[in-house]
Design a binder for this molecule. Structure first.
Ligand SMILES: Nc1ncnc2c1ncn2[C@@H]1O[C@H](COP(=O)(O)OP(=O)(O)OP(=O)(O)O)[C@@H](O)[C@H]1O
Length: 247
């Protein structure tokens, strides 16, 4: 059996006010799998993915990524790990007044020295790479438009392109389609799945929409009150199980 790319053991998170958001979570993720994380509001989905890149400090447990424990990583080591984990947020987090291509190039900043990055002195090679990535999410013709001129769905595809520019091993998306209409949601999920499949990237996607989780995922994880209560194929998520997760 191949080694998991990410191995989570006994992960817990208790917020300072005593809220137990994650309780002894055990999960393994394989290279290239596309995983949706579902569950009711407050179940712990965001906390889970935020612990993985340490936007939230875990209270205990281990998260082994490429033989290193993310929970213990500090300073440069943590930055190196974060480089390999692309993030996509609900609100896109784009620089709205900047061109689409600049937003994608920002994904690459982790690889540049800070003075160059700050001045926007990107190499010809990185600009060509960024255009290539935009092509892959169907936005080649939008490269030099301002990000705020794009539709919500297109902006989220720029979010995907920016994550791809990091050349990540894992992409994590926190409710990437929560504010989009059904057609744009479908497009965002389709492009995200396509680029992850093409590059063998593991995707962890927090979703509120069970139908999208079933349509696009290789595997669905159901979270409830900080516990994993379902972990299986979309075809195994029947109505009874969905009810168990959400009620
Ligand atoms: N900074 C915080 N301080 C205290 N409690 C928090 C904090 N962030 C989250 N929580 C609590 O932790 C629990 C899990 O929250 P989390 O945001 O991870 O859930 P979620 O499943 O992502 O919910 P949603 O789908 O609404 O985003 C909830 O009870 C929430 O109120």
């Amino acid at each position: 059996m191949t080694q998991p790319i990410l191995q989570i053991t006994e992960l817990s998170k208790v917020y300072p006010d005593g809220t137990v958001a994650l309780n002894n979570v055990e999960l393994d993720f394989k290279k290239g799998e596309f995983v949706s994380i579902i569950g009711p509001s407050g179940a712990g989905k965001s906390t889970l993915i935020r612990c993985i890149n340490r936007l939230v400090e875990p209270s205990g447990g281990k998260i082994i990524f490429k033989e290193k424990d993310i929970v213990k990583a500090r300073g440069k080591e943590l930055r190196m790990i974060r480089r390999q984990i692309g993030m996509i947020f609900q609100g896109h987090n784009l620089v709205k007044r900047s061109e689409t291509i600049r937003n994608v190039l920002h994904g690459n900043l982790g690889y540049m020295n800070s003075i160059k990055g700050g001045l926007g002195l990107f190499t010809k090679e990185s600009i060509e790479d960024a255009i290539g990535i935009l092509e892959r999410v169907g936005l080649r013709d939008q490269a030099f438009k301002r990000a705020d001129e794009l539709s919500g769905g297109q902006q989220q595809r720029v979010g995907i392109a920016r994550a791809m520019a990091q050349n990540p091993s894992i992409i994590m998306a926190d409710e990437p389609i929560a504010s989009l209409d059904p057609k744009s949601s479908e497009d965002v999920m389709r492009y995200l799945k396509k680029v992850c499949n093409e590059d063998g990237i593991t995707a962890l996607v927090n979703l509120h929409q069970v139908d999208f989780a079933k349509e696009f995922s290789d595997r669905i994880i159901g979270v409830r009150k900080g516990h994993i209560v379902f972990d299986g194929k979309p075809s195994d998520l029947n109505d009874r199980m969905a009810h168990h997760i959400y009620n």
